[in-house]
Design a binder for this molecule. Structure first.
Ligand SMILES: Nc1nc2c(ncn2[C@@H]2O[C@H](COP(=O)(O)OP(=O)(O)OP(=O)(O)O)[C@@H](O)[C@H]2O)c(=O)[nH]1
Ligand SMILES: [Mg+2]
Ligand SMILES: [Zn+2]
Length: 301
């Protein structure tokens, strides 16, 4: 029980600075402001709030079950909280960055959130290359859902349905992979929702600078959260020694190193390097691990 348990409980469906849209259990949306200066409220948060005239004041944030965020050099960017899973969208074209995919997977793993990979634009001939680049991820246990959201919308939504049913899913992905196409396909009223929210929150037209919550069903059990496309995906919240346990192919090779503080890059008697030599870890994963290790090892200042 929190100190504010007597107050109404609501869910944050959009947030822009100190303007927060809270949805009541009955589905009413109320524009709220957090009490005090601090505003670290994110979409998906469950909040205790109080009515004030035509709006409301948020008094407390309920304890989060999880929070997905990226930590760049200078700032933290929260995507959403209290998620059941993350759908990372990549596509045949433009060629997706395996490093970005890995970063998103690591962030999800570090936050204790299940991740799925959606491969979009499988109607294009370049899909075969993308499939083979994803093969190692299937090998380490990832689920890859093949999609052609624009070319085969009905088949794609049928394929996604069993994964999305009854769950809260954050859609994550670099620019151009098809996030908006996905939202518009599964949430026909999305444009209207965005319009209403941006008007209420006074965000102007560029609402994809923050995440937005959409219900997928009338019973309000399944939800999709749209997030802005990212260029950078910093993992500054993670120490270099935490990396290997968060990468499933590396994690599987741990426990056989001669040195307990092995960095798995050049040490003799390293179990990971042995796995690399056997081909259990691909060269591209090794490259990503090493550059991330260096990045997370350098001091910020
Ligand atoms: N060939 C093909 N193109 C697709 C498919 N799905 C989406 N596209 C195209 O890919 C482009 C990018 O799609 P968006 O949905 O705007 O991508 P986004 O992830 O929202 O991108 P940002 O908003 O920049 O983050 C658009 O021109 C779509 O028409 C598909 O199944 N096949
Ligand atoms: Mg978009
Ligand atoms: Zn090692």
């Amino acid at each position: 029980m929190t100190a504010h348990a007597e107050l109404d409980l609501g869910r944050v469906v959009a947030a822009h600075g100190r303007h927060v849209m809270v949805e009541t259990p009955e589905g009413e949306r109320v524009l709220c402001h957090p009490r005090g200066k601090k505003s670290d409220i994110v979409v998906g948060d469950r909040v205790r709030w109080q009515r004030t005239g035509d709006g409301g004041v948020i008094e407390a944030i309920e304890t989060r079950s999880n929070l997905l965020f990226r930590q760049d050099e200078w700032r933290t960017k929260s995507f959403a909280a209290n998620l059941d899973q993350i759908l990372i969208l990549v596509a045949a074209e433009p060629v997706f960055s395996e490093s970005q995919l890995t970063r998103a997977l690591i962030a999800a793993q570090a936050a204790g959130i299940q991740a799925l990979i959606g491969l979009n634009k499988t109607d294009l001939p370049s899909a075969d290359v993308a499939r083979s680049r994803l093969a190692p991820y299937v090998g380490m246990g990832a689920t890859v859902i093949e999609l052609a959201l624009k070319a085969q919308p009905a088949a794609s939504s049928a394929r996604l349905a069993p994964y999305l049913d009854g769950r809260v899913t954050l859609v994550l992905g670099p620019s151009g992979m098809g996030k908006s196409t996905l939202i518009n396909l599964l949430v026909p009223e999305a444009a209207a929702v965005v319009g209403e929210i941006s008007q209420a929150l006074n965000t102007g037209r560029h609402t994809t600078t923050s995440s937005t919550w959409y219900w997928l069903d009338a019973q309000r059990q399944a939800a999709l959260i749209d997030s802005p496309g990212f260029q950078e995906f910093g993992l500054r919240q993670i120490g270099p020694e935490q990396l290997a346990p968060l990468m499933p192919d590396y994690a599987a090779a741990l426990g056989h190193c001669k040195f307990h503080n092995c960095s798995h890059r050049h040490e003799p008697g390293c179990g990971v390097l042995a796995a690399i030599a056997r081909g259990d870890i691909t060269p591209s994963r090794q490259r990503i691990y090493e550059s991330l290790f260096d990045e997370l090892s350098t001091k910020r200042w």
